[in-house]
Design a protein around this ligand. Structure first.
Ligand SMILES: [Zn+2]
Ligand SMILES: [Zn+2]
Length: 222
């Protein structure tokens, strides 16, 4: 089962999503991003007698990682992230937690897994394919779960596309050409999956983007 946590309360984070994959038989769970909602996620985990074994991070931006330190301290999961984004987790200036005034005390320990290449793992009964693609951030990584869900971070949204240098001032470390290629990759390869984006409405299909002439995907390079 998939449970979505959407952060609607904070105007700075534009409906950022975290996703909890739950194995209802074993009561194990895997989290994709945090949406700055560690407190609610921990409460849900305890209320439902779950064990959070792993967290997969799509990219290092504060809206996707803040409260990761709280989850680490409380639940001690393994934390997976694209290798090129790993160092930024520990840099509050770059990951933005300092800018928004959030204290972020992530401890570097043996529980971090740096994803260096396309790879597949089975955890808690879920098959997770990691595709480190880059673009929005150097280490932006897509996760395809059970050939059913594709977690794509800040790339393709149902009616928008993610921030990049062309549409957002102050975007650090974003490579727009790679970012556009990452959207092409999703459109070309993820048509059979339910798209779980980093922001806004979840569980849409690539076909809805293709058939919507107003979707900025069609004009992103103009
Ligand atoms: Zn982002
Ligand atoms: Zn974001």
């Amino acid at each position: 089962m998939l449970k979505t946590f959407t952060n609607k309360d904070n105007p700075m984070v534009f409906n950022v999503n975290a996703y909890l994959l739950i194995n209802e038989e074993s009561h194990q769970a895997i989290l994709i991003d945090t949406a700055m909602m560690g407190e609610a996620i921990i409460q849900f985990i305890y209320e439902n007698n779950l064990v959070l074994t792993d967290i997969f991070i799509t990219h290092f931006h504060f809206d996707h990682i803040a409260t990761l330190d709280m989850l680490q301290k409380e639940l001690h999961p393994k934390i997976h992230i694209g290798q090129k984004d790993l160092a930024f987790l520990f840099n509050p200036e770059t990951n933005g937690t300092a800018r928004i005034g959030v204290k972020f005390d992530l401890v570097q320990d043996d529980n971090f897994v740096a994803i260096t290449a396309e790879s597949e793992v089975t955890i808690d009964g879920f098959t997770i394919k990691a595709i480190p693609f880059g673009g929005h951030t150097p280490g932006t990584t897509f996760y395809v779960v059970n050939d059913e869900y594709a977690f794509v971070g800040d790339t393709l949204f149902k009616n928008k596309i993610g921030f990049h240098t062309k549409n957002r001032d102050g975007m650090m470390l974003c490579d727009d050409e790679r970012f556009f290629l990452s959207l092409d990759y999703i459109v070309d390869n993820f048509s059979n999956y339910l798209i779980c984006p980093g922001h806004h409405e979840e569980l849409f299909r690539v076909s809805e983007v293709i058939s919507n002439p107003d979707h900025p995907y069609h004009s992103m390079r103009d």
